[in-house]
Structure formats: structure tokens, C-alpha cells
Design a protein around this ligand. Sequence first.
Ligand SMILES: [Zn+2]
Length: 158
Amino acid sequence: MVPSRWLADEMVGRLARYLRFVGLDTLYARGLSDEEILRRASEEGRILVTRDRALARRAPRAVLLTSPRLSEQWAQVRAAHPEVPFEVRFDRCTECNGLLRVEDPASAASWPEGVPRDRVANGLAIYRCEACGHLYWEGTHTARIRTQLAVWAGEARE
Ligand SMILES: [Zn+2]
């Protein structure tokens, strides 16, 4: 199955990050005009997530979010698109939506700051964003995200 592509408007930046955490190609429409949002959603086949009712109505595919709460926004997205996964994947940069690739930190001129040497020695995978260079690995932050997604998955089953 081809994973869905998304476009999050300016008001739902946190939701955009979660869509990227689960590996989905998610454009964040910071600074884009309504016309540009609609054009890109249409040309790139993206599902628009927005709190703007008028904008949602004009988009080819949209999820209109009726709550300011992230958990309820996630539930709405999942209700409309059950194919959205609950697992954290190291596919997309949560900062810029760039693609991640596996990085060998030992190949850098100097050891990247913050990367835990002992855990890399034990097989920890490091990923680098091809677009902005941001580094990712399994750590306390991803553990928190995973826990949050698990809670939402539990709520979805109730
Ligand atoms: Zn990036």
C-alpha cells in the first residue's frame, strides 16, 4: 500500500510532527497562503488536515479538526484514515519532513555531539536527515512518543 501524504496547516504543527513520527510524508504549511495550500494538496495528492472549515471544504481531500487538543486531533485523523500507523518509524525528519537514512557516526570527521558512543557500540542505529542533517536515534524522546501513541492506540480500541 502506498502510504498517504499529508499537508498540515499552520494551526496544527504538533499533529504534523506526530504524522512524521509514524513515517508519513507531511508538509507543514507554515507561511503558505490558502491558495498555495490548496494547490499543493491537489498537485501532490496530499490530505489536508486543518481547523479551518472553509479551507477543508475547498480541498480535494481533507480532515477537518474540530478540537484544539492533540489527542482528539489524532483520533479524528485515525477515524478518517485507519491506515495511519501507531508505530514510531525513522523515515521522516520531524523538523523538516526530509528523508532519514542510516548514518555511521564513526565516518564523520568528529563524533557527532550527543550521540551515545557506548550505545552505538552495542548496535544502536543512528539516522541522519538528508535535508537538514538532524540526527535521530532511539532514546528517551522517542520512548515518550511511543508511549503517547500506545495510549492513543488503546483509546482507539475502546
Ligand atoms: Zn530535516
